[in-house]
Ligand binder design. Sequence first.
Ligand SMILES: [Zn+2]
Ligand SMILES: [Zn+2]
Length: 465
Amino acid sequence: MPTPPSPANDLQDTSGAEKRRSQRLLVRVAVIVIGTDREGKSFGEVTHTMVINAHGALVELKAELLDGQRVLLRNKQSGERQSCRVVWFRKAEQGVNHAGLEFTAAAPHFWQVDFPPDDWDMPMMRAAVLKEFGHPLGAEEIPRPQAQGDEVLIRVEACGVCHSDLHMAKGDWPDVSAKMSWPVTLGHEAVGRVVELGAKVTGIALNQRVGVGWLYSTCGACEHCREGAENVCLQRKVTGIAAPGGYAEFMRVKASHAIPVPENLSALEAAPLFCAGLTVFHALHNAGLKKGQRVAVFGVGGLGHLALQIARLAGAETIAVDVSEAKLVFATKFGAAQAILATDPNSEKLLKEGGGPHLAVVTAPDKSAYDLAIRTLRRRGTLAVVGLPKEDLTFFADDLVVGEFKIIASAVGTRAEMRELLALASAGKIRCEVETCTLEQINEVFEKMKRGQLLGRAVIQFPPK
Ligand SMILES: [Zn+2]
Ligand SMILES: [Zn+2]
């Protein structure tokens, strides 16, 4: 007699050999199974227990299913349908049978299982999927999602590769790791065209080009949302964690958080603005940068070269600091008035010229960049924390007090700031240097990122269909 799978086991595995090492969100719901079994006999409505997460369900049922069989899950409340495949079926000699169903659902409640017509073809898509921390992403075919309720489905044209994705794929951030639903589709710099509208969507049209960033959704009601700081919303949900991200041909996006992209910007140009661009735009805004001030940008990668351009646009005097000479040459093409090699023995002296920077924006994920920034900051200057080193940042209280330094941090940005940034890019005032890659090349891009070999932003380009 087969061993009934336990809810903790993976859907694709009943022996335990491929157990997920991660924590996963499991919700117990009742499922109504309606349809006929494989012999065509109707089994009417039977309530069964079902363990469900964002990527599938483990079902106990009396009906007999077939491995690979296609079924429809129907939401009893909204009537929306979800593609679904029977990944495995185990018939019990006594009692209930078990099946693993593969599907994606944002709000998994009150689903019923229907059997589709014989000629129904389950729509699939390509996606780069993370199945285990620290392992390469696998490009594979997975069921194509459908827009539900207040969501739109976009056909992704381009998705930027953010350093945060690398951290999340490695499981570097325990708080974030705990919220992931497996398998994970990362990517929070996606731009694409709307191909499907959920039943409750208004104000957005089919074929409209939109983008989505880190914020998958915000509550609109907490004190931070009410005060215009939705980027730190207490209920915020993050793209790629709470819902599958843009390393896929299609993705579901909340219509409220899908931001129209001007038609004169290509998807490739626009995608990196949704995290890299917005993060530094918000940091400079948050720091209260004034015309004529000196701004030092530490780390000239995807974020850094955008920060230099935004600071210059604000009338600041810009200084680029990096450990790579190639990146400094690159920085001078993108708005740096001065470029300083961090390893140069004179770097500290050069940075302190004219009293030092009013603002130091550290985008490098490197503690030594922060150390250099604080040593060279102008009195009453501001340090903006953007890059995320693994180590703690440590400063002597004395140093902070003597200089009366301010330290601020930047957590991406708001939708209003995103619209302002897109308008600047659309007017040709900001340009992101892009290195394109395919979905299949994502692991190579991660390797280049680890070695600091990317100039500008890597962006996955999806072939037009
Ligand atoms: Zn990001
Ligand atoms: Zn909120």
